[in-house]
Ligand binder design. Structure first.
Ligand code: NI
Ligand code: MN
Length: 232
């Protein structure tokens, strides 16, 4: 079976891997105006990846999502205290300690590499993730970031099947920077995220899709509605 990637609105995604593991990335469910699902429908994932300490990424549902399960939360050490206060058990953190940029961890046959992102955060440094699923497919979630030239390097080290990148401007890359990012990353497919959620953000993906087609015509741009899935 292929990996299934479901867009949950904003920067939130659920991946059901080829080995039938569930990964949630930035699960801002409760309060996310674009998320069509309830937290109950996403309970007990195998992995939760959190890119940074902002409310639209860390959300408030992580304690509920992992409660009573062996779910592994992958994030930086600085976020652990905050999540523990919210009720997440120490045993649910990767190695009990968290991880950091440059590192790769393997959980249930899935490799997760934490990579840099340029943004701000309450505590810790914002990051992105490169996920290598059991069948060797690679998925990059850029987190919140501006464009950076080392995206080219990341694409070279980790040839990407799919990239999930922010395009909404104001807090993250705008459509022009995002199109340059696509050209550097050279994924097979790209899905835009982090737009439309708030009135100040870019409201649709049409400008990004047109610019990406110009800059990197070989990359397939897939614009997903919240709740919609693609295979990878
Ligand atoms: Ni942010
Ligand atoms: Mn954000």
């Amino acid at each position: 079976m292929a990996n299934k990637v479901r867009f949950l609105g904003h920067a939130a995604f659920e991946i059901t891997t080829s080995g039938e593991k569930k990964i949630l990335i930035d699960p801002w469910i409760t309060g996310n105006p674009l998320c069509p699902l309830k937290k109950e429908e996403l309970k007990d994932p195998d992995l939760i990846l959190i890119t940074h300490d902002h409310a639209d990424h860390i959300g408030e549902d992580v304690p509920f999502l992992v409660d009573g399960s062996d779910a592994v939360v992958v994030t930086q050490p600085e976020l652990l205290g905050k999540l523990q206060e919210a009720g997440v058990a120490e045993k649910n953190f990767i190695f009990g300690t968290g991880m950091n940029i440059g590192g790769t961890v393997e959980v249930a046959g899935i490799k997760v590499t934490m990579v840099q992102a340029f943004h701000s955060a309450g505590v810790g440094s914002p990051c992105g993730f490169i996920i290598t699923t059991e069948d060797g497919k690679r998925i990059y979630h850029a987190g919140d970031t501006g464009v950076f030239a080392d995206m080219k390097l990341l694409g070279q080290i980790y040839p990407l099947d799919l990239a999930l990148i922010p395009i909404g401007s104001v807090f993250v890359m705008d459509p022009l920077q995002a199109a340059w990012a696509v050209e550097m990353l050279k994924p097979k497919k790209v899905v835009p995220m982090h737009y439309r959620t708030f009135p100040v953000l870019v409201q649709d993906a049409s400008e990004f899709a047109a610019l990406a087609k110009e800059k990197a015509p070989e990359v397939e741009v897939l614009v997903l509605e919240p709740g919609q899935s693609i295979e990878c």
